[in-house]
Ligand binder design. Structure first.
Ligand code: BES
Ligand code: ZN
Ligand code: ZN
Length: 470
């Protein structure tokens, strides 16, 4: 499906069907009001109504806010995909809703069909967005940026959705190097021999029982005169069985998505390099598979991390933090960044705290959390801040090592996981670091907003918006 922006009035476009978004007050004065009444169409959000003889599709719109525009565009694209029309046109009323419309179309029509032997054919070929009343150059810039960000989000979704027998630490490293070559990024990939030299024993322990070698992936986008340097760190558990602290069968299903943090940082660096932002961005990924076997790491093991901090393993299912501990240390040792952001499907507790739609933000800098939450609102991603405190920090005390990999109490698990990571953030970076727990927001088995079954691409729109604004 192709999406285009035209400097025309919609009535001058030769398309099979024209789409109109209607709020309730516009419906009241509409020329087709009587017909739409008969069809039972009340312009409610998520409702649609075709008037086939007139060649129009009406879509209900609650308000002209971006979030509602995006949701209505998703309803539109679903109705169009279910029809046999080949082309559709839609007018753009305001520049600041165009981004939401593009996202609604691209993200709402996303499908992952790699494993379907005969995916459903879709007639729709072209969607034309049109305006001849607004500044077209400005509109085109918004359109092009929104297309780049939406496609990067779909790139992230594709990797998340790829099955774990196909997507393992080694194939993820190959995929990342392809991205680097395609987008002119520098890259560096370390296998286990180099990880040992780098003393990344905490990360190595998690991947020990896997038949696939753990990989540290580092990509860098380096424009000529960068305004800022940003390090991104992603949890790339290509599968999380829980290890010897094995997950119950029902909780293990979907754990291919435990690489979503890694996939997000790859999507973000893809977007940034295509947007050609004046920001240097480094993406660090710890790609590991958490499995069982005779050589698996065990509860009771004590690991010596890259930073020298010793870690008592009390639960091998709290593996993401063990990988991130070393990758965060490596990222700080390698690059003096203005900000460090880690993305991880880190805790089930984050879903309990914030629900499945919201990314948990943790860190010491109120300003950074505030700026990111504003970018979240502007991008259409939901964020919620989870506060650190010294009492929760004490729950990570170990009697045998410097820190335990799990809290001694069952409450506040998303925050204690964030506080575990904090132990590996160097003092000079405390106010430069934010941890994003995307355990809920990265994957869905029921569609919501512009998300369909599978990976959502959480983090890509949010970070692209934040970095655009720097
Ligand atoms: N990958 C999981 C977290 C997760 C759970 C992500 C549900 C997405 C959906 C993580 O490695 C994990 O297993 N965490 C444990 C931590 C516990 C052992 C302290 C959890 O959340 O139960
Ligand atoms: Zn786990
Ligand atoms: Zn995990």
């Amino acid at each position: 499906m192709n999406i285009e922006l035209l400097n025309k009035n919609t009535s001058d476009i030769d398309s099979d069907i024209r789409v109109e978004f209607l709020t309730q007050d516009i419906l009241d004065g509409h020329i087709e009001k009587a017909t739409l009444d008969k069809a039972g169409f009340k312009a409610e959000q998520d409702s649609t109504c075709f008037l086939h003889e007139k060649g129009v599709l009406f879509c209900g719109l609650e308000s002209k806010k971006s979030d509602d525009m995006r949701a209505t565009t998703v309803s539109m694209i679903k109705a169009l995909k279910a029809s046999n029309y080949e082309s559709a046109s839609l007018g753009v009323a305001k520049n600041n809703t165009l981004q939401a419309m593009v996202e609604g179309i691209i993200l709402g029509s996303y499908e992952f069909n790699d494993y379907k032997s005969s995916p459903k054919e879709i007639s729709l070929k072209t969607i034309s967005l049109a305006s001849n009343e607004l500044d077209f150059d400005e509109l085109k810039k918004t359109f092009d940026e929104a297309v780049i960000i939406s496609n990067a989000t779909c790139f992230t979704r594709d990797i998340v959705n790829t099955a774990p027998q196909e997507l393992n630490p080694e194939t993820l490293a190959i995929l990342a190097s392809k991205l680097a070559i395609d987008n002119g990024l520098e890259y560096n990939i370390f296998g286990e021999d180099r990880l040992k030299e780098e003393k990344m024993n905490s990360m190595l322990a998690v991947g020990r029982a896997s038949i696939h070698e753990s990989q540290l992936i580092h990509l860098a986008y380096k424009p000529a005169n960068p305004k800022k340097i940003i390090s991104l760190v992603g949890k790339g558990l290509t599968y999380d069985s829980g290890g010897l602290s094995l997950k119950p069968a029902a909780s293990m299903v979907t754990m291919k998505m435990d690489k979503a943090g890694a996939c997000a940082v790859l999507g973000i660096i893809k977007a940034v390099s295509e947007l050609k932002l004046d920001i240097e961005v480094h993406a660090f990924v710890g790609a590991v598979e958490n499995m069982i076997g005779g050589n698996a790491y065990k509860p009771d093991d004590v690991l010596v991390s890259r930073s020298g901090t010793t870690i008592e393993v009390r639960n091998t299912d709290a593996e993401g933090r063990l990988v991130l501990a070393d990758v965060l240390t490596y990222a700080q040792d390698t690059i003096e960044a203005d900000a460090i952001f880690d993305f991880a499907t880190l805790t089930g507790a984050c879903l309990v705290a914030l629900g499945q739609y919201t990314t948990g933000l943790m860190g010491h800098s109120h300003k950074l959390k505030h700026d990111i939450s504003r970018a979240g609102t502007a991008s259409g991603e939901l964020t919620g801040s989870l506060p650190f405190n010294k009492h929760l920090k004490k729950l990570l005390k170990s009697d045998i090592a410097d820190i335990s990999n799990v809290s001694s109490k069952p409450y506040g698990g998303a925050i204690t996981a964030g506080l575990f990571l904090d132990k590996f953030i160097q003092d000079k970076n405390k106010n430069r670091w934010i941890h994003f727990d995307i355990a809920g927001s990265a994957y869905t088995e029921t569609p919501w907003d512009c998300n369909v079954y599978g990976g959502t691409g959480a983090g890509v729109r949010l970070m692209s918006e934040y970095l655009k604004g720097l």
